[in-house]
Design a protein around this ligand. Structure first.
Ligand SMILES: NC(=O)c1ccc[n+]([C@@H]2O[C@H](COP(=O)([O-])OP(=O)(O)OC[C@H]3O[C@@H](n4cnc5c(N)ncnc54)[C@H](OP(=O)(O)O)[C@@H]3O)[C@@H](O)[C@H]2O)c1
Length: 281
């Protein structure tokens, strides 16, 4: 399991990023777990899970501070992602929020900055803030999160809106609604889809059918659930504060699911049979 063998996924620019990254929601909130969480994040980077996803919302900045500490001296190895809260997402607020994130992350630049979800500010305002940040070289790419097809169509019709790089959405075996319309739209337009909560915050792991597929493959349920997301051409950012779990999760990037496994998973977790509004956690 070397970093070199990691699967990648292309951004619209053609730049390749690790398809399997790391989330950070709820990390940095418990002092007793801090050292282990830092070790887990650093191990993930060692193993090639170099996309690190955080947000100003997580622990009111505590997750960003943890990431800043974990990545000290390693910033260049990582594709760093953070998010602006919708309430901050007017033009000036977006710039100010990003500067706050950069301070907590001890970074000069984010690789990707996302609107966390759509709120009251017009998308034009957020887009203007993102454009200011690109010009100031404080972010390299911008994107969105929790935007369904209609919102994406509206966004990409705005001047400069077609520069959106990523839509980060809830996607896993038990949440397949985006396969009906959003995922085909992303494939058609080249916008990269990134799955959050790819193991449904651990709830998926209790499903018997997943366990059976995993056992037949000599893999773990987590590895199968993550490998399935990657098979769909979607990036995944599982979160773990445990080095053992990170090592296990990394194994998913080397696991290719044969047709029989995919069929068994379709049976247990059927794809959508009609339009399904985008779900959020
Ligand atoms: N854009 C958005 O609105 C949004 C929303 C939700 C999440 N996110 C992002 O997506 C990331 C991932 O989603 P998530 O944190 O909601 O859920 P998740 O990654 O689906 O699940 C995280 C949970 O699974 C456990 N876990 C991880 N690996 C495991 C393993 N190998 N075996 C057993 N348990 C394991 C973790 O516990 P341990 O720490 O004990 O391993 C944790 O409790 C977030 O951290 C965040 O960065 C974004």
């Amino acid at each position: 399991m070397s970093a070199e063998s990691a699967r990648t996924i292309a951004l619209p620019s053609g730049e390749e990023i690790a398809a399997l990254g790391q989330g950070t929601w709820y990390l940095g909130e418990d002092p007793a777990r801090r050292e282990q969480e830092i070790a887990a994040l650093r191990l993930g980077v060692d193993l090639g899970m170099t996309v690190v996803d955080t947000a100003e919302m997580y622990g009111d900045g505590a997750a960003e501070e943890l990431v800043g500490e974990a990545l000290r001296g390693r910033r260049e190895e990582v594709f760093l992602v953070s998010k602006v809260l919708p309430g901050h997402a007017d033009r000036k607020g977006t710039v100010a929020a990003c500067e706050g994130s950069l301070r907590r992350l001890r970074a000069e630049r984010l690789d990707l900055y996302l609107l966390h979800w759509r709120g009251g500010w017009p998308l034009e305002e957020t887009l203007a803030g993102f454009t200011d940040l690109i010009e100031a070289e404080k972010i390299r790419y911008w994107g969105v999160s929790n935007l369904d097809v209609a919102d994406m169509v509206e966004l990409t019709a705005l001047p400069g809106g077609d520069a959106v790089a990523v839509d980060q959405v809830l996607y896993n075996l038990s949440r397949r609604g985006i396969e009906w319309d959003l995922l085909p739209w992303c494939r058609e337009t080249g916008v990269t889809a990134m799955a959050y909560s790819p193991i449904e915050q651990g709830r998926l792991l209790k499903v018997e059918a997943l366990g059976a597929v995993a056992q037949a493959l000599g893999a773990t349920p987590t590895q199968v659930a993550l490998a399935w997301v990657l098979e769909q051409g979607v990036a995944a950012i599982p979160r773990s504060g445990s080095p053992d779990h990170v090592r296990e999760n990394r194994g998913a990037a080397d696991l290719h699911l044969p047709a029989e496994a995919l069929d068994a998973l379709d049976e247990a977790f059927p794809p959508p049979s009609g339009p399904t509004p985008l779900e959020m956690l």
